[in-house]
Design a protein. Structure first.
Lengths: 111, 119
């Protein structure tokens, strides 16, 4: 079945770049997302990328997609303590249908 | 606040009791989703609706679980004869099923969740 895998934990220093990686198994994945979850808050969409794109940049966020290897990454430039949260990778083959989420990567930013 | 709202935020119940959660989506969104999240896991899909029609159900949704969206607006998720394994955060999300212009990104807007503790 469909599966999304992520590393569970990442620790960086404030000001450094963070790179969170994700792999997925469904070759028909068309829409790929990064969601952020802060303690006590709901999931919030950070960014998304379509499968016909290799890269997407949005301010401090850069998403890279390698379709051949089914690998997605999220780079956060100049990481701040406020970026500490759990980051979820998610995918679907059709917009508006069920998203399949990874287990999440906990990002810890130290000052 | 025009976001997705869920009620109650926290429910503690004894094993064997029934519980019901309510979700009010963003008003113009015609799709509504239920997910379950346990500690250290990502959200697991349970079911989703387009308007009042339930379009997909996960095999995770046992016979004890039932979801409704009778008028295509708010939704309820009922769990009958609760078990300790049902303890989790139940997340509701909504989305536009379509857009009249621009690509449909499929973005889901999540509520803050309803936490269920079964003793």
């Amino acid at each position: 079945g469909e599966d999304v895998e992520q590393s569970l934990f990442l620790s960086v220093r404030e000001g450094d770049s963070s790179v969170i990686n994700c792999t997925y198994t469904d070759s028909s994945s068309t829409y790929l997302y990064w969601y952020k979850q802060e303690p006590g808050a709901g999931l919030q969409l950070l960014t998304y990328i379509f499968s016909n794109m290799d890269m997407k940049q949005d301010q401090r966020l850069t998403v890279l997609l390698n379709k051949k290897d089914k690998h997605l990454s999220l780079r956060i430039a100049d990481t701040q303590t406020g970026d500490s949260a759990i980051y979820f990778c998610a995918e679907t083959h059709q917009a508006g249908t069920a998203l399949i989420f990874g287990k999440g990567t906990t990002l810890s930013v130290s000052s | 606040d025009t976001g997705v709202s869920q009620d109650p935020r926290h429910k503690i119940t004894k094993r064997g009791q029934n519980v019901t959660f309510r979700c009010d989506p963003i008003s113009e969104h015609n799709r509504l989703y239920w997910y379950r999240q346990t500690l250290g896991q990502g959200p697991e899909f349970l079911t989703y609706f387009q308007n009042e029609a339930q379009l997909e159900k996960s095999r995770l949704l046992s016979d004890r679980f039932s979801a409704e969206r009778p008028k295509g607006s708010f939704s309820t998720l009922e769990i009958q004869r609760t078990e300790q394994g049902d303890s989790a955060m139940y997340l509701c999300a909504s989305s536009l099923g379509y857009k009249t212009s621009g690509p449909n990104t499929g973005e889901l807007f999540f509520g803050e969740g309803s936490r269920l503790t079964v003793l």
